[in-house]
Ligand binder design. Sequence first.
Ligand SMILES: Cc1cc2nc3c(=O)[nH]c(=O)nc-3n(C[C@H](O)[C@H](O)[C@H](O)COP(=O)(O)OP(=O)(O)OC[C@H]3O[C@@H](n4cnc5c(N)ncnc54)[C@H](O)[C@@H]3O)c2cc1C
Length: 433
Amino acid sequence: MQYLTLTRTVPVVADYDVVVCGGGPSGFIAAIAAARLGARTALVERLGFLGGMATASLVAPISVFNYNGRRVIDGIPWEFIERLIDVGGAREEKPLGNITFSPEKYKLVAQRMVLEAGVSLYFHSHLTGCKKEGNRLTHIYIDNKNGTEAIAAGYFIDCTGDADLSHQAGVPMQPVKSELQPATLIFMLGGVDTGMLPKIRHSDQGVNYHDLDMKRIFEAVGQKQKLPLYGGPWYCGVLDEGLVLLNITRTYANMADNRQASQTECLLREDVFTFVELLRTHVPAFRNAFLVMTAPQAGTRETRRIQGVHTLTGDEYLEATDFPDAVSRGCHPVDIHSAESTNQVCKFLKDAAFVPYRCLIAPGYPNLIVGGRAFSADGISSASVRVQASVMGLGQAAGVAAGLCVPSGADVSGVDIGQLRAVLTNWGANLEK
Ligand SMILES: Cc1cc2nc3c(=O)[nH]c(=O)nc-3n(C[C@H](O)[C@H](O)[C@H](O)COP(=O)(O)OP(=O)(O)OC[C@H]3O[C@@H](n4cnc5c(N)ncnc54)[C@H](O)[C@@H]3O)c2cc1C
């Protein structure tokens, strides 16, 4: 491959205490947390709205806040859900605390909470790189309609999902597995007779909510015609009558690679049309259904994860191992989808698990914290923690840690763990077994 050297002078447009990259479930919560501790905080998001996979990929429901009916993820994440419920934008399914929501109201409430906290928002701004002194980040580079701009900060939180900032900063990543979990393009149908759908809610401990009747129909059709790869099928309402989100399509892709992501979007869009016809023709509840939209982007389950000070293993997770520096919890089953078949491995937890702070920081990187699904974990524990309630918990912990470091300028590895856990607990996080 030929390489060109690009030399540019770019304006440093602002200087913050904390910059959060990525405005998904982990990122917008991280930004609120840091700002509420008094840090001058910015949030950089490549799209024009918040919510990440929840709103850009129409991933629903938000899973899960409770274990056996007890809330284990709390604080700002649950405050967000309450605000969403208040505007008629969410409904809690008990006992697991799965949240059915309106994607549009999600965007609205998330942006309100971020702005109320005093966070500066940089929408339509793609993080493209960073400047370092040693391993200390001094600036990030963003590309938007203004051109390339630099933003300075004391601390940086990577909530891009794909660990884009950590990757740019040279943080070592977890070894690449031969098979990443598949990408999925979720689509919304209208005109669905939801009364005929048996599994429109998702909240029983130890139950996998794919629709077995629908799966049998798919298998029968698959005997007669070649179907694209599919999973589930899973579906979820969006609170409006007749509207349903379908999680069916799947294909292998490394969505952190632009060429693969581009091909995947095209392939899965074709597949959506195949499945819409299949549903209309063969599944009575969908007889009069019509395609409202495909998600703005295909959903990504798994890409890069950092090699942190500690890597959370499946054994630690499944044993609900407690850690002195536990800062968040996870209570969703370990949920591993095959990228080459309809298979799904689902392991149910025997208790709500713990995530230690050391999984959010990389050795030798003094001012970088990772929130969200790019945290340091193996393929098993991450297959549970990656869901939205738990990544919100990680975002909250990352934001508090950064906010606490600001006054003293401490390295992120030197944060006072007692103080970090005390703030999280005061805010409602449940860190006790
Ligand atoms: C098909 C599928 C089904 C799922 N099912 C469920 C489910 O039922 N329940 C559940 O709770 N979870 C589910 N998940 C998982 C969940 O949606 C994600 O793991 C979760 O959203 C991860 O949150 P995050 O904040 O880490 O990253 P993301 O949600 O990916 O957010 C990252 C944000 O960063 C932004 N960003 C990325 N790169 C850049 C950049 N370079 N510059 C600027 N901004 C950037 C993105 O636009 C995005 O807003 C599912 C995921 C998929 C794909």
